[in-house]
Structures are given as C-alpha cells and as structure tokens.
Write a protein that binds this ligand. Structure first.
Ligand SMILES: [Zn+2]
Ligand SMILES: [Zn+2]
Length: 345
C-alpha cells in the first residue's frame, strides 16, 4: 500500500492508503519525490472546479512532479530502475489531428493529471507511460525536476510570442508563471525584460531572477513607465500572466507597433473589454497559450546547462504528511508564496 492525499470536499483533504499500481506495458512505476502545488490545484480545492472541469467525489490533486523509477513494466526500452525523471502530466491519444500535427497539447482526448476526472500525483507512487517520463541528468535534482512543468508554460509563452535576441519584453504578473516566463525570455535572448506586479515581494523576486526593470502597478502608472523604459516605443512582446481583466486590457496599450501580445493568465471573466482598434492600428498580434508541447526535453537541457535556473522559484517546502497544512498555508498567504513544493518522503 501507499499513501495518497485526497481532496474530500471544498478545503478538505485527507491522507489515505491506496494500492501501489503495477506498471502496465510501456509504463514505469515512479517513486515520487517532489510535487509542486499549482494555482490550479489550489483553485480546485477552494472552488471545486475550473471552467468546465468539475471535481466529482474524492480527488487527488497535483500535476507537477518528479521522482525515481522504481519498477519497469513490459516493453519499456529507455528507462531503468533508479533513473530520475520529470513527468509530463498529459497523456494524449496520438491519433487525433492535433496529436498528428505535433500540437498534442490541444488533444481533446488528453488525460491530464489532476484535471477531473483524472487523479493527480499527490501520492508516493504513480504508474506512467515511459514516453512521458523525461530522464533528469545528474546535475538536476528532482526538486528542480518538479519545476519543469511550470517552466514549460513559460517557455511555451516565450515561443508563442517569438521572443528573440534583443527583444524588449514586458511581463504582466510576477507569480510563478510570470517568473518562469521571465527566465524563459532571458534564455531566448531578450535584452530587456520588465516585470509588472502589485506585490513588492514578487517584484523583488523578479529582480533577483534577472528582470531588468520592475514596475509596481499600485504605485506607478504602468503605461507611462513602460513607455519610458522602452524609449517611447512600447514592448516588442507583452506577456500577460496575471489573469486580470485590467492587465489583459493593458496589453493593447503596452505593445509596440508590429509587436506581439501573448495571453497566458486565465481571467475570471469570460468577456473582457479590449481596445482592438489600438491593436489593429499597430498591426500587433495576439497569441494564446494552452499548457505546452514538445518542451520538456529543451527545458531539461536548459536547466542542465545553466541557461535557466529554476531553483529560485521555490519559496516554501512542506513534508508530505503536512500536505493539508501546506494547502491551507498557500490559500491564506497567496501574496507570500510564489511556489510551494511538497517533499514526498
Ligand atoms: Zn501547474
Ligand atoms: Zn490526440
């Protein structure tokens, strides 16, 4: 038997014994070591749903994870017992037009960890397809391995915005996704990355992680500050990660002529007032981001080579036995926590 943490109701969690799964053909059994707490996990626990995804019955949260292969199923070719791996949490069908064209993040048949009805990974062992378990080199810890998931969102955002050498980038929001997007944009060669948030602690963190400028949206006029920082031009790429209608609307103003807007954050409102005339007058484009695709291998190499250092993202660590406490802490200290991880003992 193994331990797993179930969400049993809104703001209720409990640890239970469940069987250790047997790896099927093409699967490995992974002994999990770290699981990151994502904003989506917290949202499910507090509200029981995200959009159309509704938690029905007892549910295991967690989708950002890494661990060590403990057993291999029949037909496993590339991994062996003892390999340390980061798990990409979406198992796709491989048959639909999106999978066949390499855009598997859009697969309608995806089984994504901790997205109802599929359980997550806040447990000690998980059986998972070998081809979604990415081997970590010796110089990457499983703690960093668990951060490959959020980092992949940041890298996908930078790619969707075609961030390249010399770009001036503005990132709205300095939560975990804003900060990994900052790391990605710098790795992609942006010459200037400005990060905007309302919380001083997060802006400090952005500075530490290499932001060239930070703007506190509570104290400063964001549009005027960006204008000044970009010598009147506006940003080549604006990446919205805060998920607020205010910051979404700001993207049309901040982007430069011919520039790119990338929407990553999910605003609570479905419909947001937006100045499309301004965007069109600049012939600026809008891209969106849904998870990521084909990024784990690059992300792992970038961390291994020191191009991206994710270790500074983690602000809090909790033991597995304290998982309910960890979620409670995250819910009540949202301004203070950038990324909390659970160490699975
Ligand atoms: Zn996540
Ligand atoms: Zn598919």
């Amino acid at each position: 038997m193994q331990k797993a943490v179930f969400m049993t109701g809104l703001n209720q969690m409990e640890m239970r014994d469940i069987p250790i799964p047997t790896p099927q053909t093409g699967q490995v059994l992974v002994k999990l070591e770290y699981v990151g707490i994502c904003g989506s996990d917290v949202h499910y626990l507090e509200y029981g749903k995200i959009g159309d995804f509704v938690v029905n019955g007892d549910f295991i949260l967690g989708h950002e994870c890494a661990g060590t292969v403990a057993e291999v199923g029949p037909g496993v070719k590339n991994l062996k017992v003892g390999d340390r791996v980061a798990l990409e949490p979406g198992i796709t069908c491989g048959q639909c037009k999106f999978c066949k064209t390499g855009r598997y993040n859009l697969c309608p048949n995806v089984e994504f960890l901790a997205t109802p009805p599929y359980h997550g990974c806040l447990e000690q062992y998980i059986a998972f397809p070998e081809n979604m378990c990415f081997k970590l080199p010796d110089n990457i810890s499983t703690r960093e391995g668990a951060l490959v998931e959020p980092l992949s969102v940041g890298i996908h955002a930078a790619k969707q915005g075609k961030v390249t050498l010399g770009d001036r980038v503005v990132i709205l929001g300095a939560g975990c996704i804003g900060l990994v997007t900052l790391l990605a944009c710098k790795a992609f060669g942006a010459s200037q990355v400005t990060v905007v948030d309302l919380i001083p602690k997060r802006l400090e963190c952005a500075k530490k992680l290499g932001a060239s400028h930070v703007i506190n949206g509570k104290e400063e006029d964001v549009l005027a500050a960006v204008k000044q920082i970009t010598e009147g031009e506006g940003a080549d790429v604006v990446i919205e990660t805060a998920g607020s209608s205010t910051t979404v609307a700001q993207t049309a103003e901040i982007v430069c002529t011919g520039g790119r807007v990338v929407l990553v954050g999910m605003a609570p409102e479905d419909i947001i007032p937006y100045n499309f005339a301004r965007l069109m007058a600049k012939e600026a484009s809008i891209q969106t981001v849904f998870r990521y695709r084909n990024i784990y291998p690059q992300a792992i190499k970038a961390i291994a080579q020191g191009l991206i250092d994710v270790s500074g993202i983690v602000t809090h660590e909790f033991d597995f036995a304290d998982t309910p406490k960890a979620f409670d802490y995250v819910i009540h200290n949202k301004d203070d926590v950038i990324k909390a991880v659970i160490k699975i003992g």
